[in-house]
Design a protein around this ligand. Structure first.
Ligand SMILES: NC(=O)c1ccc[n+]([C@@H]2O[C@H](COP(=O)([O-])OP(=O)(O)OC[C@H]3O[C@@H](n4cnc5c(N)ncnc54)[C@H](OP(=O)(O)O)[C@@H]3O)[C@@H](O)[C@H]2O)c1
Length: 419
């Protein structure tokens, strides 16, 4: 298990708004992301690599034998992600990082999949994000058998935890907590709503707003086609993101959630959007890093809802689920024991892969070197019979060690299963 590691920065060590700074700006460009991850792999001698970035974590799942993941290693790792950032920022990043090794790394992956490590414990979005991250890295040939087996165990385990505990009951998510905050402000159902971004998160927000009777929507998005698709569901109008700076129809609520790395609503854009209106506005900014410039929050009359602010609500959500977390951790611990055995099984299988070749070599040596002279004196019928007998023995011998090892490992596995 020592070949597994997790290198991560999460909401537990960093302010959520800062996590976005550490996520590479090219992470939404799959070609560039894949090329960088391959470079990291090659430069650091990593065998398998999985990359996951969400609004509250940056995570690398690494398979590498015998490597001390010291500060130097981490700095070399991060410089690939951020080639141009100043050395002191790279150092800050290394300070916030947590490295899990061996069994702890697998335990962490299992807990991440089951949302036990999420800001909002019990949310299911993380499982989709982890599966998408795996599909991407596996398509890009960054992962291999070890990460495949870990994910093949982690995903059903997460589903088992959602089913057999009440961890996801009255399902909560960053979006549902944000909507709870929004509704607490009692906005008018006729409010003019500007949606910026048309990705997964804003689609979830839209469903909520439609279900609660809001009906006046204008969608802006980098790709106009995606804005049109979302606006179609909302019966609203769609514009390209570039048109936001010239939009003059006013608004009451802005919901912004894009993968942009720089603020989209700068002070200039905001002033233009406000026009002559002076009443307080509501801004729901779920992007990490934020889509709205800091000055807008501090200098204008706004009710501002953002992910970092949801921490308090998330903590009260955790308190409600504390007992379920304990039950979930028991399931994680059991699965961890099974996974350890699975890994041993795999190692034995890999080791055994040489057996057929070695037995064949012994047979060939017996026929062609050790007993060559004696065999040459046999008639054709006897030679044919000898070949048949040796072929039969070869097949049987190959099977014996594999069968014995499988039996021993199955007995060990059965012994770890709960009564
Ligand atoms: N998923 C969650 O549970 C969750 C929760 C809270 C916060 N967030 C945060 O929400 C943001 C978006 O997440 P998502 O899950 O909705 O992602 P997503 O499904 O990948 O959608 C990304 C959206 O951002 C736009 N976008 C990406 N890069 C951009 C750029 N450089 N400039 C302008 N627009 C850009 C995309 O436009 P195109 O249509 O043109 O690609 C798309 O509308 C992220 O900051 C994430 O951290 C996510």
């Amino acid at each position: 298990m020592n070949h597994f590691s997790v290198i991560t920065i999460t909401h537990k060590s960093a302010n959520i708004n800062h996590i976005g700074r550490y996520i590479p700006s090219f992470s939404s460009n799959s070609q560039e992301l894949s090329a960088t991850l391959h470079k990291i792999k090659d430069d650091l001698g990593i065998t398998e690599l999985l990359y996951l970035a969400t609004c509250n974590r940056l995570m690398f799942f690494v398979v590498q034998e015998n490597m001390e993941m010291n500060r130097n290693y981490l700095l070399r790792f991060f410089v690939h992600l951020h080639p141009n950032i100043p050395a002191h920022c790279l150092n800050d990043m290394a300070d916030l990082v947590h490295v899990y090794r061996g069994t702890e790394a697998i335990n962490h992956i299992f807990e991440v999949a089951a949302s036990l490590d999420s800001l909002v414990v019990g949310e299911r979005e993380i499982l989709r994000q982890l599966k998408d991250a795996y599909d991407f890295c596996s398509e890009q040939k960054l992962t291999g058998d070890n990460i495949r087996l870990a994910l093949k165990t982690a995903i059903p385990l997460a589903k088992e935890i959602y089913t057999n505990t009440r961890i996801g009951e009255n399902s909560v998510s960053v979006v549902s907590l944000a909507m709870q905050q929004l509704m607490a402000l009692q906005p008018d159902k006729n409010a003019r709503i500007i949606m910026i971004g048309a990705g997964q998160t804003n689609n979830l927000v839209s469903k909520f707003l439609l279900a609660h009777g809001f009906h006046n929507f204008t969608v802006f998005n980098r790709t106009l086609g995606n804005a049109e698709h979302l606006a179609g569901k909302l019966k609203g109008s769609a514009y390209a993101l570039a048109d936001l700076a010239h939009y003059g129809n006013g608004f009451d609520i802005i919901v912004s959630c894009t993968g942009a790395t720089e603020p989209i609503i700068t002070e200039t854009v905001y002033r233009h959007l406000l026009g002559a209106e002076t009443d307080p506005k509501i801004i729901v900014d779920l992007a990490v890093p934020n889509d709205v410039a800091g000055v807008v929050k501090t200098q204008y009359p706004v009710h501002y809802i953002e992910v970092e602010q949801l921490r308090e609500l998330a903590e009260s959500n955790l308190n409600l689920r504390k007992e379920e977390v304990v039950k979930a951790k028991v399931l994680v611990a059991q699965k961890l024991e099974e996974f350890k055995l699975l890994m041993r099984h795999r190692r034995v299988e890999r080791g055994m892969a040489v057996i057929p070749g070695q037995i064949r070599e012994i047979k060939e040596k017996a026929l062609n070197t050790v007993f060559q002279k004696e065999i040459a004196q046999l008639d054709d019928k006897s030679k044919e019979l000898l070949q048949k007998v040796l072929g039969y023995l070869e097949q049987k011998y190959i099977g014996i060690p594999i069968k014995v090892a499988k039996n021993v490992l199955s007995e060990e596995l059965a012994a770890t299963e709960p009564l």
